[in-house]
Design a protein around this ligand. Structure first.
Ligand code: SF4
Ligand code: SF4
Length: 419
């Protein structure tokens, strides 16, 4: 419990369901499985930092009193991780294959494990599912190592796509130049190629950055995003042929939930139906709809309306997951997702691993709701490797990856030069 009280709680690390890692759970599942196209960060972490990853698993299992520990590994990476699996064979950790399918969030992985016959239908609150990078962060916290680095994938329309180890705070512009530049009039989308945030060259890598998709403005993914929401909605509800493919592939529905997007599309569902609150926004329905419609935006707008009217799911954390029998056949393979998103041409045979030491770090101090950071260094101050440069509240402190000097600091951004 000491690790939880002293380090995990102040750092506000969460599992894949967004639940704090503090409370004890019966079951811990570590994920070695990137959920998005073109990337293999979690495979790389298991290959290059396997011991650290396992230290993170052990520390969290101890802190959470987990009675069972699983590692969910993407089946297409199973053979590449043979040595790693041999290492864990002598431990209480069980390695389990899961499909290379999208999404790979908390509920999807629990249902994959139920489908594999490894788990019984279970209340989600009893399980933590934690991604590889968070396990590495936990290992660092447990040994009081500083948090300064990330391994991210930089893919898409660039000359030299790569997995890059770089410091938190590395500016996006410097990363794009490092991989050979981007097409004129490009955009960079962070993490989710379907709906991830667009970032610009002055934004920077932060704790939650995993993948950067560099795309030309002509790429269908970006063209689609320019269609106004009300146009999408009008087209969606008028052109739907009620084939129900969106429902048959919807992760909430196949995981045993009540969401049926085809009912939202053809007006058969009561517009106040709480089913839309089960929508994760994954976009599988947009990808699988044969008419090219966007059920996700309809579900999203109805859910927003319900939230404005203060509707809440009663106990989302205690949801009992009972996947439908056909679920294994209805999962969306990442290979199919890659093709439907128009990213197959950018699929690298293997991403090389490179290291980038940028000239400058640009650390945002204003974070998402509830979390804050303060600079702990003053303008003109010199610092050494591993010096704390920003203190976090509800987020980990940030440490310097090398010696440097503070160039500027206000309440928005800390700018440092590395020397
Ligand atoms: S998949 Fe498309 S056309 Fe079929 S029911 Fe859903 S929205 Fe309508
Ligand atoms: S975005 Fe579509 S597929 Fe995903 S949960 Fe919502 S309705 Fe289902």
């Amino acid at each position: 419990m000491q690790l939880i009280n002293e380090r995990l709680v102040p750092a506000a690390l969460t599992d894949l369901a967004g639940q704090p890692l503090g409370p004890p759970r019966g079951l811990l599942v570590g994920r070695i499985a990137d959920p998005w196209p073109l990337t293999s960060c979690e495979l790389d972490l298991a290959l290059s930092a396997g011991e650290t990853l396992l230290r993170g698993v052990a520390a969290l299992a101890l802190a959470q009193h987990a009675s069972r520990i699983l590692l969910a590994i993407r089946e297409d990476w199973w053979s590449q991780l043979e040595d790693f699996r041999r290492r864990i064979a002598a431990t209480p950790i069980e390695a389990i294959r899961i499909p290379a399918a999208y999404p790979l969030d908390h509920n999807a992985i629990v249902c994959d494990l139920i489908n594999a016959g490894v788990l019984q239908p279970v209340a989600t609150s009893q399980i933590s599912v934690v991604d590889s990078q968070t396990l590495i962060d936990i290992a660092a916290l447990s040994t009081k190592q500083p948090t300064a680095w990330r391994t991210i994938a930089v893919v898409g329309e660039v000359d030299r796509p790569a997995l890059i180890s770089l410091p938190i705070g590395t500016p996006i512009g410097e990363i794009v130049a490092f991989v050979g530049g981007a097409p004129l009039g490009h955009a960079v989308r962070q993490n989710d190629p379907l709906h991830g945030n667009l970032v610009n060259e002055n934004d920077a890598v932060d704790l939650d950055t995993r993948v950067l998709y560099v795309l030309s403005h002509r790429h269908p993914l970006l063209v689609r995003a320019t269609v106004p929401a009300h146009n999408q909605l009008a087209r969606a509800t008028s052109a739907c042929v009620s084939c129900r493919v969106c429902t048959d592939t919807c992760p909430d529905f196949i995981n045993g939930g009540t969401l049926q997007p085809h009912l939202l599309m053809n007006g058969q569902a009561d517009s106040t139906s709480a089913m839309v609150l089960g929508c994760s926004g994954c976009g599988v329905c947009d990808v699988t709809c044969p008419a090219g419609l966007a059920p996700r935006s309809v579900a999203h707008q109805l859910a927003e309306e319900l939230r404005r009217r203060s509707f809440r799911l009663a106990t989302p954390a205690d949801q009992q997951l009972t996947p439908i029998v056909e679920r294994p056949l209805r999962r969306l393979p990442i290979e199919t997702l890659t093709a439907r998103l128009g990213l197959t041409a950018q699929q690298p045979a293997q991403l090389p691993h490179r290291t980038l030491i940028p000239k400058r770090l640009r650390l945002p101090l204003v974070l998402k709701a509830g979390a804050k950071r303060w600079a702990t260094v003053a303008v003109g101050q010199r610092f050494d490797t591993a010096a704390r440069i920003a203190r976090g509240e509800q987020t980990p402190d940030i440490f310097a990856p090398g010696p440097g000097i503070v160039c500027a600091a206000d309440d928005q951004t800390l700018l440092v030069e590395l020397r």
